[in-house]
Design a binder for this molecule. Sequence first.
Ligand code: SF4
Length: 182
Amino acid sequence: MKIGSVLVHCCCAHCTAYTIEHWRRQGYKVASLWYNPNVHPYMEHQRRLEAMHSLAKNLEFPLITIEGYDIVDYFRRVVGDEVNRCRHCFNIRLSKTAESALRMGYDAFTTSLLISHQQKHSLLQEVGDNIAREKGIEFLYADLRKRYSDSRHITKPMDLYRQQYCGCVYSEWERYSDVKIE
Ligand code: SF4
């Protein structure tokens, strides 16, 4: 029985694989949306997107991509408030997902970020719930962190590109140095 339809914001192929599976198992009609202007530099963004296309083909789910690369918008929001950059980042990506879901007639939206141990989980939930209230569409929450290994199990044989840092230049700097931006 179909419960409804959900548009899943996808951050990368490895987090998306089991996330799609999870919502399918709950009975949802699932599609994914790529919108990640927080991934720098541009060629890194393209490599992650290419991996997403391969995953979507393999697992046979629709992948919607938002035209353009809103890096300028990302920096306009973040510069001067770097310490809160993840809040801005989640807001940019999940707002676009909710707006797209509403426009395309989906019943709900969610994100593959909920499967990652690297993300600020309670902040994600707070941002998702706020957007849901503001825009009038349901945000589907699930703590999928224990299922990340299932996601990797799915993607491993596909040999997809796997990123080494979260996405923004700040996270890349933190990944390869002792710096912690606070
Ligand atoms: S660390 Fe990750 S979630 Fe936070 S702003 Fe950078 S890309 Fe976005």
